[in-house]
Each structure stands twice: as structure tokens, then as C-alpha cells.
Design a protein around this ligand. Structure first.
Ligand code: 18C
Length: 258
């Protein structure tokens, strides 16, 4: 409690610096653009295997082990109607609503606010029997990628959230927990589909958002491969379905935010 209060005071008094002056900035910039390119690559070519499909949602994985630990990269694509890319990424990034959709979390702390678009999170995840509980410390960055030719069938806009493990001096380091190492990206593009007729106003029925979610999570310590792959197979589809439904329902009665 005392730790949390000290942290709160520190956050309140800390000036909001522009992210570009922060020492992490070059890494944030580089990884975000790399992840955008990675997300936009197709899943053809035989390396990705489909492991879950429901409606428009398709999830692929690649079996990969590092030092005997399962780190299977995941790539998921989905399409939803009724919300914009901006609305999707806002809810994915914002600490204010995280508990409303991410059921893998037990605790979440904002360790640092680097700027209005970049936050450092510490998250304690639910324990999975028979392994040690996991936590994650990562920066999370959100940005808009402007579209050059939206009229030519290109997306109206593209937004990305990129999450990457990092260190922080305020890390309270819980020795009972195993720290995972993660790289996650969440990319959304809005399409106006069906197109609006002349003189008509855009409604939520004209919004189609294409989503790509990629992640690589290294468990950081012992976890039986069978348990890990079972959790993976169950939790990822559950997350993406629940999250997108949550955002669509939440935005339904709100003015459209591009
Ligand atoms: O991307 C998601 N959420 C973001 C905001 O929270 C953020 C978080 C990523 C967390 C990655 C997973 C961390 C470890 C999880 C431990 C297991 C919890 C399972 C809970 C079951 C009740 O980017 C959405 C994340 C959706 C999470 C799906 C679970 C992924 C499991 C992947 C394997 C993790 C290996 C370590 C666990 C070892 C236990 C067998």
C-alpha cells in the first residue's frame, strides 16, 4: 500500500515529457515500426498453422522453443463491424478499462507515464497450476499511422499498440513470481464499408475494422509445454473475441471517434 501511495505521488508530480526525449524512445520507435511491418505480412507460405477459427477470427501459431521453453509466436486476424480502429486501440491501450476485458490479470500498476501515448505497466497474471505465477513489466505505446490514399481502397486509417518487456527502477520485484518476456502488437485499420452514399452521414453500420494481433511470450522459467500450449489455445481466442465484443458494445451508443 505504501509503495502504491509513493508511486501515485510520484506520478502526480512528474512532468509529462514528450516521449521523443525519453531514453527508451529509439527502441520504442524502432520496434513499433518493425512490428507494424510484421503484422502486415500475410500468413501464407506454410510457416503459420491455423489453430482456431470462429467467424471472421482466425488464429495461427508457429511452434518454437528457446532454451527448452515454449515461446510459440502467435498471429491472429479478425474483422469487426461497428467500431473504428481508434476506438479499438484506445480500449486495448488504456489502463482505465483493462480489467473490463483482460481476464488473465490479477493486478495492474502504472509504473510510469512516459508521455500521453506511452505507459510502463507492471501486471500480475493469474497463476496457472502447476507452475509459478507470472508477472510482466512492459512499455506500451499507441500511435496513428496516417493513410496516404484512403480513396483508393486503402484503409481510412491505421493504428497500432506495441507492448514490449523492459526494466524500470520502480520495479518492486516479487521473488515469488516468474517474469515473462513479451512482445505484443495490436494493429487496427478502419474501412468505410459499405461506402456512404452522397449526402448521407456515416453511421456505425459503415464501419469495418480489420485487426491483427501478434504476440511472442517467453514464459521466463519452467512450465510444462503441454500445459502452456493448452492455456495458449484456450486463452487467446477467448481474449480476442471478448475484447472486440466489449469494444463494439461499449461504443454502440457513443458518437463515432475516428
Ligand atoms: O495482449 C493482451 N493483453 C495486454 C494487456 O494486458 C498485454 C498483456 C500480455 C500478457 C501476456 C501473457 C502473460 C502471461 C500470462 C500467464 C497466464 C495467464 C493465463 C490466465 C488463465 C486464467 O499485451 C491479451 C493477453 C491475452 C492473454 C492470453 C494468455 C496467454 C498465454 C500465453 C502463454 C504464456 C506463457 C507463460 C505462462 C505459463 C503458464 C503455463
Amino acid at each position: 500500500e505504501e509503495f502504491r501511495e509513493r508511486l501515485r505521488q510520484k506520478q502526480l508530480s512528474a512532468p509529462r515529457k514528450p516521449a521523443a526525449t525519453h531514453p527508451l524512445w529509439p527502441q520504442i520507435e524502432k520496434l513499433t515500426m518493425e512490428q507494424l511491418g510484421y503484422a502486415q505480412q500475410g500468413v501464407e507460405g506454410g510457416v503459420w498453422q491455423l489453430f482456431a477459427e470462429e467467424g471472421e477470427m482466425k488464429m495461427y501459431r508457429r511452434e518454437l522453443e528457446e532454451d527448452g521453453l515454449v515461446v510459440d509466436p502467435l498471429k491472429a486476424v479478425h474483422q469487426v463491424r461497428g467500431a473504428t480502429a481508434h476506438e479499438m486501440v484506445h480500449h486495448f491501450w488504456s489502463p482505465d478499462v483493462r480489467f473490463e476485458w483482460d481476464t488473465s490479470i490479477e493486478q495492474m500498476t502504472v509504473l510510469d507515464r512516459i508521455s500521453s501515448d506511452t505507459i510502463i505497466f507492471l501486471q500480475l497474471h493469474k497463476r496457472v497450476w502447476p507452475t509459478a505465477q507470472r508477472d510482466a513489466l512492459f512499455w506500451s505505446h499507441v500511435r496513428k499511422i496516417p493513410s496516404s490514399h484512403p480513396a483508393n481502397g486503402e484503409a481510412y486509417d491505421t493504428w497500432i499498440v506495441c507492448n514490449q518487456s523492459t526494466d524500470h527502477p520502480d520495479d518492486p520485484k516479487d521473488e515469488k513470481c516468474v517474469r515473462v518476456d513479451l512482445t505484443v502488437c495490436f494493429v487496427c485499420q478502419t474501412f468505410i464499408d459499405p461506402p456512404i452514399q452522397e449526402g448521407k452521414e456515416i453511421t456505425r453500420d459503415n464501419l469495418l475494422t480489420k485487426i491483427t494481433y501478434c504476440s511472442v511470450v517467453n514464459p521466463g522459467g519452467w512450465a510444462p509445454a503441454s500445459v502452456l500450449r493448452a492455456v495458449y489455445k484456450r486463452e487467446y481466442p477467448k481474449f480476442l473475441k471478448r475484447f472486440t465484443q466489449y469494444v463494439v458494445e461499449k461504443c454502440e451508443s457513443q458518437p463515432i471517434a475516428f
